[in-house]
Design a protein around this ligand. Structure first.
Ligand code: ZN
Length: 146
């Protein structure tokens, strides 16, 4: 990667009234305003502290093998995580994989796991056994038959 080049903002709206349409220009839609703001003001690039990678929150991490990047990305996209959760509930892992690919499924799984572990730590052993253990026990019972 090269040195950081300063962002140059060019004034593209200078010909607003001058060129074409008469005074009755329709108000810009919310979408248009949003796009304009995104173009001119919002810098969505951040650096992930854990790994020092640059992260563009509008896209999946460029360093797609770096879990720190994915963690930061998902943490910053609660809406995205919510919709992924919904997709998982409706179509399962298959649907998620079809939409976002294997890598995403893997990284998302890791992310959720980390969140769950964090939750367990936070509750300070109020509920010592996690569901995973119970599931294993159930399996043993059903396999063993008596
Ligand atoms: Zn990274």
């Amino acid at each position: 990667m090269g040195p950081e080049t300063p962002v140059t903002l060019t004034v593209e709206n200078a010909d607003l009234g001058a060129s074409t349409k008469p005074a009755e220009k329709p108000k810009p839609t919310r979408k248009e305003i949003g796009e304009w703001r995104a173009r001119n003001f919002t810098v969505r690039h951040a650096t992930v502290l854990a790994c020092d990678h640059k992260l563009d929150l509008r896209h999946f991490p460029t360093n797609s093998n770096c879990f720190d990047c994915w963690y930061a990305f998902l943490e910053s996209n609660p809406d995205g995580v919510a919709s992924v959760h919904e997709l998982l509930q409706q179509g399962g892992t298959k649907a998620l994989e079809a939409m976002h690919g294997k890598k995403f499924v893997k990284m998302y799984g890791k992310y959720i796991q980390k969140k769950l572990l964090g939750l367990r730590d936070a509750t300070t052993s109020a509920e010592p056994s996690l569901e995973v253990l119970d599931i294993a026990a159930e399996k043993e019972e059903s396999i063993g038959i008596r």
